[in-house]
Design a protein around this ligand. Structure first.
Ligand code: NDP
Length: 453
């Protein structure tokens, strides 16, 4: 007699932990998705028979490699690089590259897993991947960063391609690093193809790619508020991070009539009761991207603001909406309770998995409208998808066209979340569940079509 195909949820999660020892972030991400889709697939026999849950939680491949480079002092340095190609059922692998000392295989596997569902949610034909290295760009000279990027690409180029795997930026990887990596790819292959996104406008980049993740997270927030008959005008926003996602989220909050009270980096946060207006956001962009400075320097320029150091996070500042836009697990259960106590009505995750599982439960219990990263921050990869199309067709769309497409995509993701996340009675929308099921269904159905591969 055949063994039952129906896996017990707890046994499945325990199995994931056992097969991936020492990878807590990956187990956390899989658990979050599995809990939501388990009920959905309960009565759908093919998903069980073809072991879709087991297969989707196993990356297609994980490539790990040595990256050697020489620092300005003539010392040879050794780092580890990875590319996790998670799932290419609905399109070429697609996902960012992260350079940060905290990068591990577990972190990249969680990000590649999440990326698979996020990319499916955009409605564009992109599979899921993620890569990076435990390299710390902070304090390195531009030449050191260039040598590292070139060495990283000396191995990565074998595994990527415009129809195979198309990396982009992430933490520690912005336009400068993408330029260095694309230059090296081109040199190694003698090919000019859309193999990376987030490129400079002069060499195949797309307008609004830089802004897209932060803008998209605010568009999504706006859609959620609209669905509840509310608006962003006059609302106070607390944002963490001061990188690409955070600064552009701040920019869009300002444009839509909200007030931004905080931004942060790994050393602490700034609180500006007068609001971090567009000219102040421009100051921060220059500070972080050009001068490579720290957020604490803001208070020297804007006297009414305060800096809270020692790695403090901004969640104790009372606000109406919160946007965690720095990194994973940066908003825990206690901090979620503080936000709820202070009256937060909505949370939109600009970063990937910034709220711990316990934190998301607090928001859900308090009926705070909560957008998970895989829905709210999909605007970046969506415009990357549009960059791929432009590169393939050798065209470039105008900014207004791209803004319209981005808004359209974010509204489409919102509708897909409603389809599977609306609760009986039509009240509270469980966007986490909606995003998980909608993303899963698309990938899973493609996997079923391929048979056992
Ligand atoms: P950046 O490198 O531009 O900025 C990251 C910001 O987060 C910096 O302010 C950084 O501070 C802070 N930060 C990083 N690590 C930590 C930490 N361990 N503790 C506290 N603060 C930290 O990255 P992005 O803005 O591109 O990415 C931010 C988040 O958004 C990530 O989760 C990323 O995966 C996600 N994301 C990014 C997309 C994109 O298009 N760029 C797309 C979708 C998601 P410091 O300078 O001190 O390191």
């Amino acid at each position: 007699m055949a063994v039952s195909d129906h896996v017990d949820l707890n046994a499945f999660i325990e199995g994931v932990k056992k097969r991936n020892p020492g990878q807590p972030e990956f187990a956390q991400a899989v658990t979050e998705v599995a809990v939501d889709i388990y009920d959905f697939i309960a009565d759908k026999e093919p998903y069980h028979k073809y072991q879709i849950l087991r297969r989707i939680a196993e990356p297609d491949r994980v490539i790990s490699f040595r990256v050697c480079w020489e620092d300005d002092g003539g010392n040879i340095r050794v780092q580890r690089g990875w590319r996790v190609q998670n799932n290419n059922s609905i399109g070429p692998y697609k996902g960012g590259i992260r350079f940060h000392p905290s990068v591990t295989e577990s972190v990249l596997k969680f990000l590649a897993f999440e990326q698979t569902f996020k990319n499916a949610l955009t409605g564009l034909p992109m599979g899921g991947g993620k890569g990076g290295a435990n390299f710390n760009p902070k304090g390195k000279s531009a030449n050191e960063v260039m040598r590292f990027c070139q060495s990283f690409m000396n191995e990565l180029y074998r595994h990527i391609g415009a129809d195979v795997d198309v990396p982009a930026g992430d933490i520690g990887v912005g336009g400068r690093e993408i330029g260095y990596m694309f230059g090296q790819y081109k040199r190694l292959t003698n090919e000019f193809t859309g193999v990376l996104t987030g490129k400079g406008l002069e060499f195949g980049g797309s307008l609004i790619r830089t802004e897209a993740t932060g803008y998209g997270a605010v568009y999504f927030l706006h859609e959620m508020l609209k669905h509840q008959g509310k608006d962003l005008v006059g609302l106070n926003a607390v944002i963490s991070g001061s990188g690409n996602v955070a600064t552009h989220a701040a920019e869009k909050i300002n444009q839509l009539g909200g007030k931004v009270l905080t931004l942060s980096d790994s050393e602490g946060y700034i609180y500006d009761p007068d609001g971090i207006t567009q000219d102040k956001v421009n100051f921060i962009k220059e500070l972080k991207n050009v001068k490579r400075g720290r957020i604490s320097e803001y208070v020297k320029e804007f006297k009414g603001a305060q800096f809270h150091g020692g790695g403090a996070r901004p969640w104790s500042v009372p606000c109406d909406v919160a946007l965690p836009c720095a990194t994973q697990n940066e908003l825990n259960e206690e901090e979620a309770k503080t936000l709820v106590k202070n009256g937060v009505i909505a949370v939109s995750e600009g970063a990937n998995m910034p709220t711990t599982l316990e934190g998301t439960h607090v928001f859900k219990a308090a009926k705070v409208i909560f957008a998970p990263g895989k829905a709210a921050n999909a605007g970046g990869v969506a415009v990357s998808g549009l960059e791929m199309s432009q590169n393939s067709a050798r065209i470039s769309w105008k900014e207004e066209e791209l803004q319209r497409m981005l808004l359209d995509i974010m509204q489409g993701i919102h509708s897909r979340c409603l389809e599977y996340g609306s609760t009986a009675g039509g009240g509270y929308v469980d966007y986490v569940k909606g995003a998980n099921i909608a993303g899963f269904k698309k990938v899973a159905d493609a996997m079923l079509a391929y048979g056992v591969v």
